[in-house]
Design a protein around this ligand. Structure first.
Ligand code: NDP
Ligand code: MG
Ligand code: MG
Length: 340
């Protein structure tokens, strides 16, 4: 089994006398900044004036422009949206980095696909939480954590690994487990996971199930509960005890249906498509498409997003969730929710 590091395995000294600039205060940014600060590290947040700036000030963290934050810091963690990172890096970060600083990322995309080329005189590492930023924050406040991967790209100081591990511990990942990786492995597996299973695979599965039921004449509300709402309850069981525990908890009828029908839905053909998706990630085809899509202001992204938000499952879901006060109601868009 791969070596997993936990809280007590990790020394904090390498980061104790250093200042960390967290660039961005969105999903990951607010979590890293607040968790590190509460773990006793010195933190400055780098931003442009705007909503995030105001939020960070409200949360009591030191906020500076990106350039000033980088200039003050020894360790610079870039937590901007991946597609904005290269420009901000060239304009505000690179000119203010000093030899011997450390440059850090939470996802390997830009470095792996050469959209950011770090100077050769700084440490470069990755601490990638395997969970959404809001859970990185929430679990930390609950005394728990989200697991993370770390990887070292450049070790100029001879302490890059110690700094990366102390950072990962500082955001609370040591409570859940910290695993070594490389920029390549993190980038490729992260993209694959979100495309094939966690986001793309799951949303397509849920929609296809919902459409199958509603097209057969069943009530959309019933289809919603069956194909979307109940999913969380099932996933919670898998999270706690794997497939076995989930299957132990469901009825034997459900388990038999799982065995005989599941492999007909996700079959060899599906797996062949997964291999195709993985190959497009590995060859850089996916990255190129996404970079180009951003360069032309996201025509496809925006069109698909608008269409998806109008899907019947979303309309029905909004109405049903209104009537379930115990289900958390997101009142803000994803980009605006920076703390909870
Ligand atoms: P967000 O989209 O939440 O980041 C938005 C933040 O970036 C806001 O504070 C925004 O400030 C700021 N920002 C955007 N553009 C600029 C700019 N030009 N100058 C200054 N600040 C700017 O990002 P995520 O947290 O989702 O992602 C950050 C990194 O973490 C990415 O590399 C991602 O791959 C990685 N990651 C993300 C995960 C997640 O849970 N979302 C999971 C694991 C890794 P403003 O309010 O001014 O717009
Ligand atoms: Mg990702
Ligand atoms: Mg059932």
């Amino acid at each position: 089994m791969a070596k997993v590091l936990y809280h007590n395995d990790i020394q904090e000294e390498a980061l104790k006398n250093k200042k960390v600039a967290v660039i961005g205060y969105g999903s990951q940014g607010h979590a890293h900044a607040l968790n590190l600060k509460e773990s006793g590290f010195e933190v400055v947040v780098g931003l442009r004036p705007g909503k995030s700036w105001d939020k960070a000030v409200e949360d009591g963290v030191q906020v500076e422009t990106v350039a000033d934050a980088v200039a003050q810091a020894d360790v610079v963690m870039i937590l901007l949206p991946d597609e904005h990172q290269p420009k901000v890096f060239e304009e505000h970060i690179k000119p203010n980095l000093q030899a011997g600083n450390a440059l850090a990322f939470a996802h390997g995309f830009n470095v792996h696909f050469n959209q950011i080329v770090p100077p050769s005189d700084v440490d470069v590492f990755l601490v990638a939480p395997k969970g959404p930023g809001h859970l990185v924050r929430r679990t930390f406040t609950e005394g728990a954590g989200v697991p993370a991967l770390y990887g070292i790209k450049q070790d100029i100081t001879g302490t890059a690994k110690e700094i990366a591990l102390a950072y990962a511990k500082g955001i609370g990942a040591g409570r859940a487990g910290i695993l070594a990786t490389t920029f390549q492995e993190e980038t490729e597996t992260d993209l694959f996971g979100e495309q094939a299973v966690l986001c793309g695979g799951l949303t397509s599965l849920v929609k296809a199930g919902f459409e199958t039921l509603t097209e057969a004449g069943y009530q959309p509300e019933v289809a919603y509960f069956e194909c979307m709402h109940e999913l969380k309850l099932i996933v919670d069981l898998m999270y706690e005890g794997g497939l076995e525990y989930m299957r132990y908890s469901i009825s034997d009828t459900a388990q038999w249906g799982d065995f005989v029908s599941g492999p007909r839905i996700v079959n060899e053909e599906t797996k062949a498509r997964m291999k195709e998706v993985l190959s497009e990630i590995q060859t850089g085809t996916f990255a190129k498409g996404w970079i180009l899509e951003n360069q032309v202001n996201r025509p496809q992204f925006n069109a698909i997003n608008a269409k998806e938000n109008n899907h019947l499952i979303e309309k029905v879901g909004r109405e049903l969730r209104e009537l379930m006060p115990f289900v958390k109601q997101p009142t803000k868009s994803k980009k605006e929710v920076v703390s909870n």
